[in-house]
Design a protein around this ligand. Structure first.
Ligand code: GDP
Ligand code: CA
Length: 319
């Protein structure tokens, strides 16, 4: 079976770890990763979501934190601070720095991000084919109003520096509308037997991937069933700021509202948590097959069970 998953960072990566346990030997998983979170810092190109997937599946992730490297040290960051060179609000550890140096060096030598990602994965062996959504530069910006007035900030500044404390008024994936899908993306979608939307952020992770027009069209037109898992459980994100960015696009932080936001034109099946059993009827009424199952990724076996439920729902939709 050929499985395609669109993925953001922590939620996507943790789901993929369960999916790898759930599939049969010989099944192929292609991951289309979000690059809207990418940021240039200290002259380096940083791809937080691609790296979270790569480190999580490759065994290098800082488990409790969910991002960055295990056994990290912070000498470079401290030295930069001693020089008074910022920003100091974004955590880049010494081991992590090496990834960004390799990436930036390869890009400067003319390699597209997709080739660079493949090269980085050569070391990490994530067990999936990880492709960035696009080789073109895309950056998610957030419009806010604070004491400095109304302005747009990079998504990382909104989340990491400002802790999503002010309301997000608009989310703009700058560059997405003219971006082309990276090589391999459209082929993988067209050849897929199932397309999964992990419980990643529906606006700034999956929403950004779908903001590339060619990708949205391909997913909507795909022969394969598209099945998603709700990142909202009991009316709140399990972690992160999905409620803030959902509000910016006028969507309630509720399991059924997220399914309707994707819409029946895109989604064939949707899993909600058992806590949201009451949401099933509204989703089904919209023409999306819906089931309530436990959706907390407490450990790999629980996550694998979620992945199996998603694959089973896809099989039901297909039949
Ligand atoms: P990010 O890029 O690191 O923010 O990660 P993603 O976009 O891939 O995933 C973030 C989303 O994962 C958040 O909206 C969370 O609510 C969701 N999430 C995290 N852990 C869980 C979990 O155990 N279960 C479910 N259903 N969602 C989760
Ligand atoms: Ca992210």
């Amino acid at each position: 079976m050929r499985i395609v998953a669109l993925a953001g960072g922590i939620g996507g990566a943790r789901f993929l770890r369960g999916l790898k346990e759930a599939v049969a030997p010989g099944d192929v998983i292609t991951v289309i990763g979000n690059t809207g979170d990418d940021i240039h810092l200290f002259g380096l190109k940083v791809c937080p979501d691609l790296d979270t997937v790569m480190y999580t599946l490759g065994g290098g992730i800082h488990e409790e934190q969910g991002w960055g490297r295990a056994d990290e040290t912070w000498s470079v960051k401290e030295e930069m601070k001693a020089y008074g060179v910022g920003p100091d609000w974004f955590g880049l550890g010494d081991r992590d720095f090496a990834t960004h140096i390799v990436r930036t060096q390869m890009i400067a030598a003319g390699y597209p991000l997709s080739a660079v990602t493949e090269a980085l994965c050569h070391r990490w062996q994530p067990g999936v084919r990880l492709i960035p959504m696009s080789d073109d530069r895309i950056e998610t910006h957030v419009r806010i109003t604070d004491e400095q007035g109304s302005r747009a900030v990079h998504f990382q500044e909104y989340w990491v520096r400002l802790h999503a404390e002010v309301a997000a008024e608009a989310i703009v994936p700058v560059g997405a509308d003219t971006a082309e899908p990276a090589p391999g993306v459209l082929e993988a979608i067209a050849e897929a037997d199932v397309i999964l939307l992990p419980p990643s952020n529906p606006v700034v992770s999956i929403g950004t991937i779908l903001a590339v027009p060619g990708i949205r069209r391909a997913v909507a037109d795909a022969a394969a069933p598209v099945v998603g898992l709700s990142p909202i459980v009991g009316g709140a994100p399990v972690r992160g700021m999905a409620d803030k960015v959902l509000a910016a696009v006028g969507v309630e932080a509720a399991a059924d509202a997220v399914a309707l936001h994707y819409g029946a034109g895109l989604l064939d099946g949707w899993l909600v948590d058992t806590a949201d059993e009451a949401a099933v009827a509204a989703v089904e009424a919209a023409g999306i097959r819906c089931r309530a199952v436990p959706l907390m990724m407490t450990d790999v076996p629980a996550t694998a069970a979620m992945a199996r439920a998603a694959l089973q729902l896809a099989a039901e939709v297909r039949a």
